[in-house]
Design a protein around this ligand. Sequence first.
Ligand SMILES: [Zn+2]
Length: 337
Amino acid sequence: MSPVRIYVAPPIHSRIQYSHVTNHTSLSHPEFPEPATLPVSHIVQYNLGVPGVVVAKTCISSSLIPNPQPLIPTRKTSMSTHTLSTQEIIHQLADLGVTPGGVLLVHTAFSRVAPIQDGPLGLIAALETHLGPEGTLVMPTMSYDDEHVFDPTTTPCRAEMGVVADTFWRMPQVHRSDNAHAFAARGPHAAAITATFPPDVPHGIDTPVGRAYALDGQVLLLGVGHGANTTLHLAENLAGVRYRSPARLRILKDGQPVWFDYAEVNHCCKNFRKMDDWLDARGLQRRGTLGHAPARLIPSRTIVEIAMEHLKQDETVFLHPPGVDEECDKAWASLPA
Ligand SMILES: [Zn+2]
């Protein structure tokens, strides 16, 4: 049996986890003290729409597992059992203000969106139906694997990008960038948005987020907050912040894999949540519900404009004070004294 990629959609407040499996898979879950191992047969498959991908749901709330004891979460979940139809999602997209024919950059935590008709594929279908043939759907599909050379046709995306993004890049006619900071896109602007860009400036103006900004795209934060909003790194780049974090990737040089060391504008990103106050105070962020998830919709240019206003006053506005976390400390250490 060849390895199968299993996606596990845990309860609504949890992150999607996945792992390669053969006959057994290890499930890690924030509410389990240790990763649990269970046979693949104990996973309920609910979506098989993409070759090589099995979207699966653990039987946490199902009667199908004979002995579900090790998988019962300790916290109660509030997940609704009403499965929303694709048509209902399309109505929600219209209510939220997503522009048909536009460029839409989506960051998703599908576990908060579910349950919806046809799972991740149903969400993608609703997004593209609403956008129409003139619209372009864009998602981040970065690799978690810096040890191996990135291959846009085989390298999975990081778990935190979510099952929707990792389903999307595998679909027909979807373009994907050729380095580990890849985005995926489908639609008239897909090739331009995902075209080659320098790996050491993953979120500058000449990158997928910069191109979505130039095309006056909208950013949809679906079940996630501004901590996941990569367009804020574009604002940092455009504002000329001086902090950097060391990073490295495997790239091909003369056909051989070599390490590529660089310094990237990065930190823990938790203080990106400051954007909520700044945008909400001026009514610049549409809020609503999509699927069962809280959703925020903001024009890319508004994100950049408001973030730059604050970054111009204080370039460290998004960093935690020194001593709070390692990632922000690295950014502080890189600043000139
Ligand atoms: Zn921090």
